[in-house]
Design a protein around this ligand. Structure first.
Ligand code: CO
Length: 291
């Protein structure tokens, strides 16, 4: 990796880290979900950076992929476990980082995903396997009495690419993928009081473009035009300028032009915590860009 690219990853990481830490401090009982999301996304743009994906704010059993809908009326409530997952990009070089805010009495649950992330980061160096990082995650979470979410993983990053190899599991599986110097990836342990597996809910607020198929319906064409500058990175329904365009989204998913990201949730009534950092592998360890 050349110095110019390294600097972009590090700048994106610093912006993401500081905005996430400050944003987390603003989450309190009664605060508007929509206002929080919009103010954090605005701060990214004010820093001169791009939003790599809509700010994910996922509550309680929801692990990932929720964000504010247009006119969202939700407010944070007593007992909520709030995951904030922020993606910032500079010329497509991405920083992906997440934290959890507890509005109840779940400090051990939060500690589990945080300790798991720290342990995995300490284990990163060239030559170790992705599976061994998963073992570190699993051990920290299970020794506190929770389950890691087995079907959510950390992921490699590249320019305008949010998910590529290596996959970093949250359980000690047999993945023999060897970590190499220069790899860039996000590590994101999830700890849960539930089953340890997420499924898809009906709710869909986040989409990305996956093909350039021509579309004929005018509203669908407006959607594709308005997201053409995303370079394939995800966008939010909330970002569309005209609510009439909402109706085109399911059609565009069915035709293979867009991919939808349903909200991913563990069993009803469970609680999920998440912590995430982006790392760049060095000769003897890693740089954490988002800390
Ligand atoms: Co991530």
């Amino acid at each position: 990796m050349n110095d110019e690219i390294l600097e972009k990853y590090q700048n994106a990481g610093q912006i993401a880290g500081s905005i996430l830490r400050n944003g987390a401090k603003e989450i309190r009982i009664g605060v508007s979900y929509l206002e929080l999301v919009e103010s954090i996304e605005t701060r990214v743009k004010e820093e001169g950076a791009g939003i790599a994906f809509p700010l994910n704010v996922s509550l309680n059993e929801d692990a990932a992929h929720d964000t504010a809908s247009p006119g969202d009326l939700r407010v944070f409530a007593k007992g909520d476990v709030v995951k904030l997952d922020l993606g910032v990009e500079i010329d497509g070089y991405i920083a992906d980082t997440a934290t959890t805010v507890d509005l109840g009495n779940n400090s051990l649950l939060l500690q589990a995903s945080e300790a798991a992330l720290d342990a995995a980061i300490r284990a990163v160096r060239p030559g170790v396997t992705a599976g061994s990082l998963g073992s570190a995650v699993q051990e920290e979470i299970e020794k506190r009495g929770y389950r890691p979410i087995a079907n959510l993983t950390g992921h490699g990053l590249d320019q305008y690419v949010l998910h590529r190899s290596p996959t970093i599991p949250n359980i000690g599986n047999m993945s023999g993928t060897v970590i190499e110097e220069g790899m860039v990836f996000a590590i994101e342990p999830f700890a849960t009081t539930g089953s340890g597996h997420v499924g898809e809910k009906m709710r869909r607020e986040i989409y990305s473009q996956i093909s350039n198929k021509p579309v004929r319906i005018p509203t669908a064409r407006q959607v594709m035009q308005s997201i053409s500058g995303r370079n394939g990175l995800p966008f939010s329904r909330r970002w569309l300028s005209d609510r009439k365009q909402d109706i085109a989204l399911p059609t565009l998913v069915r035709s293979g032009a867009l991919h939808a990201y349903p909200v991913l949730a563990d069993i009803p009534g469970s609680l999920v915590s998440q912590h995430e950092h982006t790392v760049i592998v060095t000769a003897d360890g890693c740089i954490v860009t988002t800390r």
